[in-house]
Structure formats: C-alpha cells, structure tokens
Design a protein around this ligand. Sequence first.
Ligand code: KIV
Ligand code: ZN
Length: 412
Amino acid sequence: MAVTNGNSDKERLIVFDTSLRDGEQSPGVSLNTEEKIEIAKQLSRLGVDVIEAGFPIASVGDFEAVQRIAREVGPLMEGREHIGEPMTICGLARSTPGDIKRCAEAIQDAPNRRIHVFLATSDIHLKHKLKIDREECIKRAVAAVTLARSLVPQVEFSPEDASRSDPDFLCEVLGKVIEAGATTLNIPDTVGYNLPEEYGALIKHLVEHTPGGDKVTWSTHCHNDLGLATANTLSGIRNGARQVEVTINGIGERAGNTAMEEIVMAIHTHPGAFPVYHNINTRLIYPTSVMVSALSGMMVQPNKAIVGRNAFLHESGIHQDGVLKNRQTYEIISAETVGVTDIALVLGKHSGRNAFRERCKELGYSAINEEEFQKAFVDFKNMCDKKKNVNDEDILNILNKIETVPSKHVEL
Ligand code: KIV
Ligand code: ZN
C-alpha cells in the first residue's frame, strides 16, 4: 500500500482515472469493450476512487462499455477489499438532457455512480463554438446539473476551458451549479495553457470566492501541451484541490493528460509536501502501465518518468558503480515500489569494471581469475564500440571465448 495512506492529519485525495474517456481520445487509440473491462478491473485493484468509463452518448459501443463496467466492475470487486468501498463509475455528458439521461441509464447498475457534465465558459468558446452569451451559459449549466442531480447522487460539473475563462464569471457559474446540486467542481486546463503558479492561483481563487465552495470537492484536470500537466496538478493540490483527474501513462487528447503514476509517486517521495493521502497500491503501477500500453497500442516512451523502460536503468559507469554500492546513490524510488521486478544494469560503453564483474557473476562466472576477467573486460569494451547495448548473449560469447574459462556450470 501507499505509505501515505492512513495519515490522520491528511485529507483523502480522490484519484479519478479518465484513461477510458479522455485517454481513449488519444489519436489512434480505440479500445473494444472487453479491453475496457480488463482495464477497469485493473484500475479497481490499483485503488482508483472514480473511473470515467466513457461518454455514453458518443456511440452504442461506448454506451454498452460503460453499462458493462457499471455492472461488472461497479460492485466491490475481489482485490479491492482493503479499500472497503466500490469504485465510483462515472460517465461524461454534455449539458443537454439527451446526453444526461443516456449517461444515467448507462451507469444505473453501479452502487456508486456519478454523472460528469461539462459546458465551456471561456468567451472564446462561448462566442465561436457555442454561439451563446454568458447568461445562456449559466442557464444551461444550472439546468444540466439540476437534471443530473435528480438522477444520481454524485454530480460533477466542468467549466470547459476554465483556464482561459474570466475567473469572476467562473465563480458566478460555479456558485449557481453548487446551488443546483453539484458535488464536485472540476477545473479543466483544457488546452494545457497554464503555468503551475497560475493554475494553483486559479484553484485558490475559486475555492475562496465561489459561493458554497466549502461544500464541494475541487478537482484538477490538466492537459500536457506544455509538458506541465503534472506540475499544474500538484500545484492544484497545494491550493485546495482534493480530486485529481489523471490517466495511466498520461494518455489523452493531443499531448495527453496528467499521468497518474507521476502524481502518486511525487506524493510518495515527498510525503511532507502535500496535505493528502491516497489509496493507490503503488506496486500495481507498472503492471497497469504495461496493460494499458499493450491494449491501447500507445507505446510508452523509454525515458517516461516512473514507467518508461529506462526509468530504473543506469548506463554510466559512475552511476552503475554507485548503485552497486548503494542504490540510493542514484535512485529516489526503488523499482519494486512501482512493481518493476526485472531490472538489470544496462551494459554499454559507459559501463565500468564493477558493473561488468557483477553481470559476469550473475551469468554464473563468479570464479574467473583476475587475468581472465581483465581480458574479458577489454573484449567487452571493444564490442561496445561496435554495439550500443551489449546483451547477456554477447557477454556469454566473450566469456566462452576465453580459453581458460570453464563452462559457467563449473566452479573453479
Ligand atoms: O479537457 C477538458 O476540458 C475535458 C472536459 C470534458 C472535462 O476533458
Ligand atoms: Zn480533457
């Protein structure tokens, strides 16, 4: 379990995963219903509090997927008993009666269910996209939340493009939707425009100046267009947000959403810096990342924080020597904490004798004499000039060519 769990002086951070909704909006990603159910089950085991299972009005397939997730993953699932409550199943809806009713129908069999309604509030969206004025915007938002709240106990409202909306207008709209029954207010940086200080200041302003703002949960929803989604989300938490909307591997529209693994591990490594705890089982982070990557077809970049192939590999000889002596010299997180179990040092031209000697031992050559070892090391370095990474088979070839070295099965 996360070490931050159970801290009595901390507030619970609700982890809202939108891999199956915003994540599925990643160009090129399309998941079938069975794949969505597999991912939803894994997110439930991982300890996610709310899953945005889809956008039911978008297609019959989307509706059916959300409905099956509500039925099959909605009840308290095996592997989640330690959390003691079922995951909330959420569906997205525009602020129209048709969307909202369809969404309510899709999630109705889940014990904990939520409708997430959204409506743009920035002048640029009101003028050019919706072609309505601010007064009409408030009317539609209130009507949508009122209808949604008559259908389910949890209603989340998102003022789309909040980060480019007039903050005073936002306070007005949000105050009205609280009166209409909204339970969570989500503040999207839809276009990934904010800097961390700006986004944090926006959350603080809204929490402090929205009438009834103390009665609801405030939520972050950040996009990564400037590579700032994680920083912005953390800034939101520090300024009063108690829900984070995230995806596995940061998948999502355009440059993606805030990556769950980055938020969870930032809090894990800096428990004193954030006034929150979460229910995420960190040891399931890597297996979940692998599953989402395989099913969605979205490769994880090798240098991606926490879950990239290189995240726990050390290539430089100086670093390899350090971690062989004590892993903390160059690691802030142990690979096992996030469920990575098969870590080996990458052997290449930057590797030193210590790392090479260690790998020889791991391959069974613990008893070669110093002269043989030095010869093997020279051969290894020569090979590194020809090949970027030298694998175990290459090393075995080198060792086997040294005449006096016996087979790896024979101890000297
Ligand atoms: O980025 C966004 O504004 C969204 C909303 C639907 C919440 O995804
Ligand atoms: Zn989004």
